[in-house]
Design a protein around this ligand. Sequence first.
Ligand SMILES: *Cc1c(COP(=O)(O)O)cnc(C)c1O
Length: 447
Amino acid sequence: MNEFDVYAEADRLAAAYLKSLPNRPAFPSQAAIDALSGLDDHLPEIGETPGEVLARLDALATPATTASGGGRYFGFVIGGALPAAHAADRLALAWDQCASSANNSPAAAMIETVAARHVLEALDLPRDSAVGFGTSATACGLSCLTAGRRALLAEAGWDFDRKGLVGAPIIRFVVPETAHVTVIKALRIMGVGTDHIIRAPCDDQGRIDPARLPEMDALTLLCLQAGEVNTGSFDRFGQLIPSAKRAGAWVHVDGAFGLWARASRSLHHLTDGIEMADSWTTDGHKWLNVPYDSAMAICRHPQALAEAMNSDAAYATADARAQKNLTLEFSRRLRGVSVWAALRSLGRSGLEDMLDRNVRHARRLADGLKAMGLNVLNDGPINQVLARAGDDEATHRLIKTVQAEGTVWFGATLWQERPAFRLSCSNWRTQDADIETALQAIRRALD
Ligand SMILES: *Cc1c(COP(=O)(O)O)cnc(C)c1O
């Protein structure tokens, strides 16, 4: 095989895989998982040809993939990949741009500038916000939280870049007690020990209870949620953000998947007031249905994010809008192209249709579970369904039985310290028939 034959072969295998998605088990068989041992060896002395490498991958790994790109996978919050987003990523792979700044790649800089504009338009956030295209909501959350802390310290007259945290005024980080583990991780990386994170009490849907919100001041960073990972619930932004702003706090919103509710007219009200926050994170690789790794750090104070993330060097200067100055990465791939392509191909109406369809699917699932006598725990404002089957033992058994059958896949979680299961409708491929298939699989497992 010459170089181009290898690419053609990869394309052929990729297309065959995508065509097989409707017929694949939602989770690989034990036999396929066992066969992964064929990959488990040491660095070869003599390299294989690219064709051999590709063939090995397809023979051993393809059968053991999770069909999370297909319509019958409801685990975690895992979207699929829209065709335009997938295809654009593949072309960008051939371009192999170092998308750090316009000096490196004018094409990449233009695409990500436009992608940022589309994102702000779709999410109806302040149009002159900075948008950094990072690898994950974890990484983008870290960027926003550290930018927020640095800005609060600057207001207090403290030069964080020079002095760091030694002797600095103490910033109080207030998060919902249901905050996603990656927000806690970001704070740990930033040197905020878990003992010092202030947990705001929440109601039974995982939203901060405004009556029990801890004190805030000009040295407080309040982190809110758009889409709690189990229930999909939204903090009461219209109430919480104005009081935080009056106190002089910085408000960050983790909207890894829920922020996209803003792009649907029927869901937009859930996020009322969110536009008053200082920074937001959201994923592309969840509800927007673009390939991994795709997320966005959005900051209404472009300078604050650009200064915190600045990586200008004598040989690599750029302006505040350069992606290397808005993300953790210095060298980086053209990450925003799949977001650009997804939004171009959907348009406003296609995006809204996809979101509304997933929400309709989640409601149908919730109704079906209730009809079977299961206990649905969330009010289900968007795409998540959280439920239990009788006691803890019955809940475990249901999850295991459905997973073992392989028609559909969803996972276990803990809600208010007791086992539950969670279905997420986040995939553009999921059809009404897949929802009925899921309900039938659950009914079989109960029988
Ligand atoms: C998935 C998720 C995250 C983390 O996102 P990654 O892109 O996986 O790092 C953070 N918050 C919420 C609510 C999530 O659902």
